[in-house]
Write a protein that binds this ligand. Structure first.
Ligand SMILES: Nc1ncnc2c1ncn2[C@@H]1O[C@H](COP(=O)(O)OP(=O)(O)OP(=O)(O)O)[C@@H](O)[C@H]1O
Ligand SMILES: [Mg+2]
Length: 270
């Protein structure tokens, strides 16, 4: 028997990128809420994964369980059955290994921009000098160095979300969980924030789970999408975004982009 790899196999071995490990594994996760009118299944046996440094987005109609899934992964809610794990550790509560950014601005109004960013580090007892180094780095990354001493009420919506992202990153989380972080922003700011997030992912090699209702945004940002449906909340399709289509706003009028968008919209409306 010939035990030498064929030429094609050798070629594939050289060309193939190293396989990425799963950062998040969601296994048959269900979440049932008990309400006055009976029990309600917000998530029904959802299974999904997110690889190291991957950008994955959940899209789906209102009420299909996107935020519920994100909250379970953030450890803010408990699953009714099934499990979720990060880097092999079962998620049982919140942890510094996950940074969360919500749609609503969640900065501490009484703290300056810098102190907001340093908040998690201060909780951990990180010395001031080291905190300053970290906040300097992330202030620069989100373009807010000049606003280090400003207070949240002095900032625009986009600036507040940049601080929220910097604050999440300052704790060196293993991944970011982002629930419609740009939904409240005007179109131009939103577009700028998408570029910023892409740069951050490149620089920080961040693993990101993102939620949006905006299909253009989902295609621009994501490597993979999970399309969800409601009643009960579940995943109905997994879609890989072709690398060439990702991060390229100029392709938005191209036929392949329009086709992909139509496929997703049809799934959402089916
Ligand atoms: N604490 C709760 N008690 C009862 N039902 C809840 C609770 N939280 C969420 N639900 C229900 O679970 C379902 C999923 O909610 P979820 O917030 O996850 O939806 P979503 O996909 O994030 O929607 P949207 O796009 O509007 O943000 C909804 O029908 C919601 O009413
Ligand atoms: Mg939601």
């Amino acid at each position: 028997m010939n035990t030498f790899p064929s030429q094609t196999e050798q070629h594939a071995a050289v060309k193939r990128p190293a396989a990425r490990a799963s950062k998040i594994i969601v296994d048959s996760l269900s979440k049932t809420y008990t309400t006055k009118s009976g029990s309600f299944t917000a998530l029904d046996q959802v299974s999904a994964h997110i690889l190291e440094n991957e950008f994955v987005t959940l899209v789906g109609p209102s009420g299909c369980g996107k935020s519920t899934m994100l909250r379970v992964l953030a450890g803010l809610e408990e699953a009714s059955s099934g499990s979720a794990s990060i880097a092999g550790r079962r998620i049982t509560g919140p942890g510094a290994d996950r940074g969360v950014v919500f749609q609503s601005y969640t900065l501490f109004p009484w703290l300056s921009v810098r102190d907001n960013i340093e908040f998690g580090l201060e909780l951990k007892g990180t010395p001031k000098l080291q905190r300053l180094e970290v906040s300097d780095k992330y202030l620069e990354l989100v373009g807010l160095t000049k606003f280090a001493d400003a207070y949240p009420k002095q900032l625009s919506g986009g600036m507040k979300q940049r601080v929220a992202i910097a604050r999440a990153l300052a704790n060196s989380p293993e991944m970011l969980l982002m629930d419609e972080p740009f939904a409240a922003l005007d179109a131009q700011t939103r577009s700028d924030m998408q570029e910023l997030l892409m740069n951050i992912q490149k620089h920080e090699h961040a693993t990101i789970l993102f939620i949006t209702h905006d299909i253009d945004e989902a295609i621009f940002l994501s490597e993979r999408l999970y399309v969800m449906k409601s009643r009960p909340g579940r995943i109905v399709r997994e879609i890989e975004i072709p690398a060439a289509m990702r991060q390229n706003k100029e392709l938005r009028d191209s036929e392949p982009f329009i086709q992909l968008k139509r496929e997703i919209v049809d799934l959402l409306h089916a």
